[in-house]
Every structure is written in structure tokens, then in C-alpha cells.
Design a protein around this ligand. Structure first.
Ligand SMILES: [Zn+2]
Length: 165
């Protein structure tokens, strides 16, 4: 696996069967990790109907991790009824650190990113214009342009913690 792409589901706080088809891992509001239908390895070579399609134009080699949240989100003012919780976010970051360790994925903007960042980097794919993640409810002071690096800093911190344990 060459990278991790982090999403929100734009759904409610718990994964649906449909969402499980699209992400390898889903983090619920309490921080519990749910496995999707497909394994990350199923995305090494994407065969029709046999992989998790989470990132248009970028599924190959990509682990898809989603936080179950953000249905009804419009903006930082209209966040909807399912804002990402702090527990959920932190658990997701710790889990991503474990994935980095397991798959030996370095933490860089090219290898650990949000779906939003992927869309910016690959504007000709169907991921262009995706808004996950442009707003982090538990850290609402982080500007949307900074969320990717904020996430990478968090994942690095958890990775160092894992290594020292
Ligand atoms: Zn997404």
C-alpha cells in the first residue's frame, strides 16, 4: 500500500452497509474502528467490483479511512447534526499511525492526505471538488488549507507514541 486517504462519509455516526463497500475502515463517533467489506490489499490492483472505491482516480494502492459523520454539513456555521467528535478524530489519527507502521507508509503530503487534498492535486479526476476534509469540528480553528498538515502532525505524534511503547 502506498498511501492513506482520509475521508468523512457525509453520513451519520455509524457505518452503513453501503459505506462499508467504499472504505476499508470506518471510525464511528465513539472512536470504534469498523472494517469495510474489502481489505486494503484488494486495492493493490483494482478489479471491477472487488475493491473499495473511495477516491475517484486514486484508488490503486490507497487505503481508505473514513470518519462516520458530517451529514448535513454546509459550512463552519451550518455543521449539521453529525459533526466529527474529538474522540472519533483522535482515534482515526491513531489508527492511521498504526496503518503507516503496518504498511511502512511514510507520513508526507503525497502519502497521507485527505480526499480534499487528493482532489486539489489531481484536478482532472472525479475527486476534484471533494470537501472531505475542509472543516474539523473538534479543531474548528484550523484553516481548511492547513487540515492536511494538521492531520499529518497528529499521525506523526501517534506513530512516535506507538514506537515508544
Ligand atoms: Zn471522500
Amino acid at each position: 500500500m502506498k498511501r492513506i486517504i482520509i475521508h468523512w462519509t457525509a453520513g451519520n455516526y455509524y457505518p452503513t452497509e453501503y459505506e462499508k463497500l467504499h472504505y476499508h475502515f470506518l471510525v464511528d463517533k465513539n472512536g470504534k474502528i469498523h472494517k469495510g467489506k474489502y481489505r486494503p490489499e484488494d486495492n493493490e490492483i483494482c478489479r471491477p467490483g472487488k475493491y473499495a472505491s473511495h477516491t475517484g482516480g486514486g484508488n490503486t494502492g490507497s487505503v481508505g479511512v473514513a470518519m462516520c459523520a458530517m451529514a448535513g454539513f454546509k459550512s463552519g456555521i451550518i455543521v449539521g447534526n453529525f459533526p466529527i467528535t474529538k474522540k472519533q478524530f483522535e482515534s482515526c489519527m491513531e489508527f492511521c499511525a498504526n496503518l503507516c507502521k503496518k504498511y511502512k507508509i511514510p507520513i508526507s503530503p503525497q502519502t497521507v492526505m485527505t480526499h480534499y487534498e487528493f482532489g486539489l492535486n489531481y484536478p482532472k479526476t472525479s475527486s476534484a471538488g471533494k470537501i472531505d476534509i475542509i472543516y474539523l469540528p473538534p479543531y474548528s480553528w484550523v484553516f481548511k488549507e492547513e487540515i492536511g498538515s494538521f492531520i499529518r502532525t497528529k499521525v506523526k505524534w501517534y506513530l512516535n507514541k506507538v514506537k515508544s511503547e
